[in-house]
Design a protein. Sequence first.
Length: 290
Amino acid sequence: MKPRFGWVLNLDAELELSRARAGYVPQRKLLAQLAEHGKSAERLLGPDDFLVEKPATSQAVIGRAWCPTPLALAKLRGFGVEPEPHPNAATLRRVNHRLFAHQLGGGLPHQVYLTTRPELEALLARDERAWLLKRPLAFAGRGQLRALGPLTDKQWAWVDVSLARDGLLVEPLVEPALELSLHGFLQRDGRYELGRVCTQLVSARGVFRGIRLASPDELSSQELQTLMAQAASVAVALSQAGYFGPFGLDAYRYTLDGQQRFCALSEINARYTLGFVTGFPLHPNQLSLG
């Protein structure tokens, strides 16, 4: 008999993880936006699964979350649903943080992680190209600033808040020609399985619009080989960091300095994603961490 899962779809997980020290209180407007945006996330639920919004009437229910953050776990337990085994919050924060992916390599040339204003001022002064500044825990194109020239006072205010809170990942601003994702599932003993490469439909600002399986002719053999090797490295690194569960990595083809290149690791999502059901061979209700 397949288990029945009670789900919490906390699509704001990165915001909670980014503000864990100060205490995170979800804003009503944001939750309403995520509820609308995340309707497609309900594809993660099996036919007998449900969203946890009231006390469970059955003891044979396993609690599962988009990302098992403290607030998600508290909500499950508050409604009488015991969560499945999960990594701790510190591990979730570490592996979803952009610095973790940056240190694995595979990102853009000239990409750096900065924690002080003088570092950023020096970079912008010596290299006048357009830059993209990313807060390290964000999602769906949020928490990003395009530096197309000298920063305004308003932009510097955003930068200063970001640097004081957690630093910034800074990389050349490029236009992706092909955006990809690859999903996997990692067991507690380090065993993992990878899915099929997917093509992502994303807005110019990085907002997810849809996903489909990549066709065989969309990637070169070298790109595919590089992506699969990067995914294997990510799985090993996640396991060594103490993470287990679903994960995905994003990649893309782009042009920089007149050359077509391939970024094998744009970011890591150590959680479920809107594309997981499309890209992974097993539905989440067939997966267990028990």
